[in-house]
Design a protein around this ligand. Structure first.
Ligand SMILES: [Zn+2]
Length: 664
């Protein structure tokens, strides 16, 4: 076999299939075939590294993490666009250009303004050489390794373009991928991203390309920056977009031409209704003079072209008044300021609160109680206060004094340097205790049915329980002393508390409420260290042996187990008979190893959590959404839309009985 030829062939085959798959959405190779060729190429390149080239699809695996980004200069500065927010302002722009061009009916192209972050790609002799962020417009951060992991960025152009060409576009994350990612982060106790834009930016600017890859970023390419004079380009923006698409880039197909002011305004109006239905964020249109020659005649200001304008839509914002600022104490002792708002409708939801993060955020906004403010809501996250409308002040506004002691227990609060958030460090703080018990019994943790916040409030206030371990000492008589309990309801609650003792050690570790330890992390930790007791004496290096654990998580675990009170509580739980050892280590059955399940409909033989625990204990995984990575859909009665989707994707659908046979 001629190695060089084979590598070349494989590269071409895989790159072409990537293009067909991600841009044309019509691949020729099946996933299995793709994998086989990919692995062959990877093997050959490892054996013969001298033949590994920068355009190889194996680069898409992600390069090694770097410690900081290099700065790279753009061949041609990246401009930003001036904005307009209404027809009148757009009219002014159009009018000015008509005068310069001496033509009322010059042609304009309307493109969607994708709300992501700008990227510049330099191709040298058709191969991707560098990718960089906008930065200050003249130079940006070199994110080449990360860009290589984005499947819609071609490593090799479809046409032979000699010399250098600089391509510009937007990197974004789809709304659906954003939601999936945040669900995942919530499960793992990681802070959620506030909106897809921040998420895309955070993901592209990762020092570790593997992380970038896992975020599944996407792109739309829309313009050309510098190009060697030997390269011949089409004469209009519209044709250049077509040309970019022919080169293998993903371009947005919501691009329309018009040669009148009214026509363009109609396009603007018609897209306002369409945009919310798209799977990516878009905050307006970009209107450009179509003819490149006309663009050159109109010219540029220092930082923005005069021949283009961003015609923006009003965002998901509303104006309301701050009634008060309250302090919310979290389970880990976080002291969060929350704005209490005059209720306002936004996106069909009534908003009464908005987050203010920390004292510096309030200071930066110069926010006072009684102020009128803009609030914004992105996705399903808690709304935030964007800015203060200072000319609405009447002098009666009051400055908010951030407390220096915990409002619940009066102990001194301490500022954490890394997130600027204040914490109450008192383990006996009654509000912290309530929150930690609420968390302990929550669905995601020990899942104690019927033990809600109001009952916990009464139990803690009456000093019947002082920590989460105490719930297991509760007796029917204790509950009967509280308002609202009858014999039956008290018995039920005692029963469900008792029942929760059967939860796995993974759930118990989650329930302890250690910062950053969600289900997945807990699973990883107990897989390695086998028992919660083994975590008492771990040091930093032990923990960092798990690749997913970074310094922040390791510190959080060590601090938790260094605390004698915490260890006493866990010992109590262990003595009560709760599961603290990983079953997997004593159970060699791993029939379902690596298999992915989704469960739908009503089951008869298992409860949802029973079947989930069973699958997990046998090495399988349970997901909530049907994707092509799912191996089995377990369908009960009334299965709903998941069944349709699974059928569509040709996923194996099995009944409860078939599942039982599978695990026998
Ligand atoms: Zn406190």
């Amino acid at each position: 076999m001629d190695i060089i030829k084979r590598i070349k062939y494989l590269k071409k085959l895989l790159n072409k299939n990537n293009y067909l798959y991600y841009i044309k959405q019509n691949p020729e190779l099946s996933d299995g075939e793709y994998d086989t060729y990919f692995r062959e190429l990877l093997k050959l390149e490892n054996l013969y590294p001298q033949y590994k080239d920068i355009d190889s699809p194996t680069h898409r695996i992600g390069a090694k993490p770097s410690t900081e980004f290099k700065i790279t200069k753009h061949l041609q500065p990246m401009m930003s666009l001036s904005d307009c927010f209404n027809e009148e302002e757009f009219h002014t722009w159009h009018n000015r250009n008509s005068k310069i061009l001496k033509n009322q009916n010059f042609e304009m192209v309307s493109e969607l303004k994708i709300d992501g972050l700008a990227i510049s790609l330099i191709y040298e002799n058709s191969k991707l050489k560098t990718a960089s962020t906008r930065g200050n417009g003249n130079e940006g951060e070199d994110v080449t390794s990360n860009a290589r992991t984005i499947k819609t960025i071609p490593l090799n152009l479809n046409k032979n373009i000699p010399g250098n060409i600089e391509i510009r576009g937007e990197v974004f994350i789809s709304k659906s991928q954003f939601t999936t990612l945040n669900i995942e982060r919530e499960k793992n106790n990681l802070p959620k991203y506030s909106n897809p834009r921040n998420c895309a930016s955070g993901s592209l600017r990762q020092l570790d390309p593997i992380i970038t890859k896992s975020r599944r970023l996407d792109t739309f390419i829309y313009s050309i920056g510098y190009y060697d004079s030997s390269i011949l380009l089409p004469e209009t923006q519209y044709d250049r977009l077509k040309f970019l698409s022919e080169l293998g880039f993903k371009t947005n197909n919501n691009t329309l031409l018009s040669n009148s002011l009214e026509g363009t305004i109609n396009i603007y109006k018609s897209f306002e209704k369409k945009i919310p239905e798209l799977d990516y964020l878009c905050d307006g249109l970009v209107i450009k003079v179509n003819n490149i020659n006309s663009q050159n005649i109109i010219g540029e200001l220092t930082r923005s072209p005069k021949w283009a304008i961003a015609f923006k839509y009003p965002g998901n914002r509303a104006i309301t008044q701050i009634k008060d600022i309250e302090i919310n104490i979290g389970r880990t002792g976080t002291i969060n300021p929350i704005a209490n708002l005059v209720p306002i409708e936004l996106d069909g939801v009534t908003i009464t609160n908005a987050t203010l993060h920390n004292p510096s955020y309030i200071e930066k906004l110069d926010l006072k109680i009684g102020d009128w403010v803009y609030i914004e809501r992105a996705g399903d996250v808690i709304p935030k206060v964007l800015s203060v409308i200072k000319n609405k002040r009447n002098g009666l506004e009051k400055k908010f004094i951030f407390p220096i002691i915990c409002p619940s227990c009066n102990s001194k609060i301490v500022r954490n340097k890394s997130d600027a958030i204040y914490y109450c460090l008192n383990n006996k703080c009654i509000t912290k205790i309530k929150r930690s018990i609420e968390y302990f019994v929550s669905k995601n943790a020990m899942d104690v049915e019927g033990l809600g916040p109001s009952i916990i409030e009464k139990l803690v206030s009456n000093k019947i329980i002082n920590n989460f371990a105490d719930i297991y000492y509760l007796k029917k008589e204790d509950l009967l002393k509280l308002d609202g309990f009858g014999v039956k309801s008290a018995e039920n609650l005692i029963h469900s508390i008792e029942n929760s003792k059967n939860r796995s050690s993974v759930k118990l570790l989650v329930a302890l409420g250690i910062n950053h330890i969600g289900n997945e992390m807990s699973d990883l930790i107990l897989n390695k260290f086998e028992s919660i007791k083994n975590l008492y004496n771990l040091n930093y290096d032990h923990l960092l042996e798990i690749p997913q654990i970074g310094p922040q998580i390791a510190t959080s675990i060590i601090e938790y187990f260094n605390d004698a009170d915490n260890r006493t509580q866990i010992d109590k739980l262990i003595n009560l008979g709760l599961n603290y050892k990983n079953i997997k280590s004593s159970n060699i059955n791993s029939d379902l190893l690596g298999l992915n399940f989704v469960i739908t409909g009503k089951l008869e033989k298992f409860t949802r959590s029973e079947i989930k625990d069973l699958i997990l204990s046998l090495g399988g995984k349970v997901s909530s959404n049907i994707t092509k990575n799912i191996d089995y859909l377990i369908a009960g009665t009334d299965p709903g839309s998941k069944l349709e989707k699974a059928t569509e994707l040709k996923i194996k659908i099995i009944s409860e009985n078939e599942f039982k046979i599978l695990i026998k």
